[in-house]
Design a protein around this ligand. Structure first.
Ligand SMILES: *Cc1c(COP(=O)(O)O)cnc(C)c1O
Length: 396
């Protein structure tokens, strides 16, 4: 199917019809599989014959999701996981050992930092954090034991853009593997493998589902690293994806490109509008000409995505007044949903890091993040106007 374009792969790739001739993908709710004979069972266990054994290892619905996402990202192999964090855990546990060193962007998902600092470090892994947009910092951070580079771009919540091609070149000069968490753009807007990434991570919970229903994840890459090594970790340790969730994500992928275009168009319109509003001191969105890395974002992304952050006046008081004045937006930390959401990072998603770290990361008390959904953009804007009126009333 690889000769087809993304939207076609999103609808068609990975499906193998059963003898029933079903049109839509079936959900295989079975924990194990039967063998034709004792010899067949033995052959599947010694892997001389490929086939299903047990759903912790493989399941046809999950396989369909894996093959579809692999086709869309342009990867040789994909393994699905029970969550995005399970995908990151499986990657790190498989590819790193005691004494190895990871260089990680300092602007990644909070639980990714906790996974490294609380757990990997406990097993003797060293870590250095660097700014995602400082290529020299990535280069300087390399040591003789560096094994992995890990980045998320655009970053959450401030939309800092990492130069995927530049960082990949730095990694590869020294034999380091480069992992990109492509959750915010998805393959509809950004293709990290074409820019030199070795592995791509997804939280399927976000845009791949797109309607806020299920938790899941995936790792993509080469047949050796993913199809053999990371798959081996998963089949032994068990953070696998349920067939029902895989089916929901398959249906999500079918509309991914349409949704990402709609999220991006509405977000760009709202970001431009927000930039001129009294009460708003700064807007962070890589689609704006005022974004310091707008040119880079345009080069490596085919759209700017649905996440906008902005500072309002009067710090936490202003930000909370804004949140509480909205009527349509959901006050929730999730993102990538058809429903628009609003969150106050410094007291929610980023509340567990110290005030000094927040300050350094540029996450102020007046910062808000919205995930622009698929409602009519005029209604979202009207809701944001309610928020802004409440910010202005704080001063009065
Ligand atoms: C949500 C998220 C994760 C973690 O995914 P879960 O499915 O919640 O485990 C990882 N990376 C990014 C960028 C995310 O937004």
């Amino acid at each position: 199917m690889s000769e087809h374009h993304l939207a076609t792969l999103a609808v068609r790739a990975g499906q193998t019809r059963t003898h029933e001739g079903e049109h839509s993908e079936p959900i295989f709710t079975t924990s194990s599989y039967v063998f034709a004979s004792a010899a067949d069972a033995a052959a599947r266990f010694d892997e001389s014959v490929k086939g299903n054994i047990y759903s912790r290892f493989t399941n046809p619905t999950v396989r369909c999701f894996e093959e579809r996402l692999a086709a869309m990202e342009g990867a040789a192999s994909c393994v699905a996981t029970g969550s995005g964090m399970a995908a990151i855990l499986a990657t790190c546990m498989t590819l790193m050992k005691a004494g190895d060193h990871i260089v990680c962007s300092d602007s990644v998902f909070g639980s990714t930092i906790a996974l490294i600092n609380r757990y990997l470090v406990k097993f003797g892994v060293e870590v250095t954090y660097v700014r995602p947009d400082d290529n020299d910092a990535w280069r300087r951070a390399i040591k003789s034991n560096t094994k992995l580079f890990f980045v998320e771009t655009p970053s959450n919540p401030l939309s800092v853009i990492a130069d995927i091609r530049g960082i990949a070149d730095i990694a590869h000069e020294r034999g380091v593997l480069f992992v990109v968490d492509n959750c915010f753009c998805t393959p509809a807007l950004q293709k990290p493998f074409e820019l030199g990434a070795d592995l791509v991570i997804h939280s399927a919970t976000k845009y791949l589902d797109g309607q806020g229903r299920c938790v899941g994840g995936a790792v993509l890459g080469s047949e050796q690293l993913v199809g053999k090594d990371i798959f081996g970790f998963l089949r032994t340790t068990g953070p696998s994806m349920s067939p029902f969730n895989a089916w929901v994500f398959l249906k999500g992928l079918e509309t991914l490109e349409l949704r990402m275009r709609a999220h991006s168009a509405a977000a760009l319109q709202l970001a431009r509008w927000l930039e001129g509003q009294p009460g708003v001191s700064k807007v962070y969105y890589s689609g704006l000409e005022s974004h310091p890395q707008h040119a880079l974002a345009k080069r490596q992304q085919s759209g700017f995505g649905g996440i906008i952050a902005f500072d309002v006046e009067h710090g936490r008081k202003g930000a909370w007044a804004f949140v509480d004045a909205t009527q349509l937006l959901s006050i929730t930390a999730n993102l990538g949903d058809a429903k628009s959401t609003i969150t106050h990072p410094s007291t929610t998603t980023h509340s567990r890091i110290s005030p000094a770290e927040r300050e350094r990361a540029g996450i102020g008390e007046g910062l808000l993040r919205i995930s622009v959904g698929l409602e009519d953009v005029r209604d979202i804007q009207t809701d944001l106007e309610r928020g802004l009126a409440a910010v202005r009333a704080v001063a009065a």
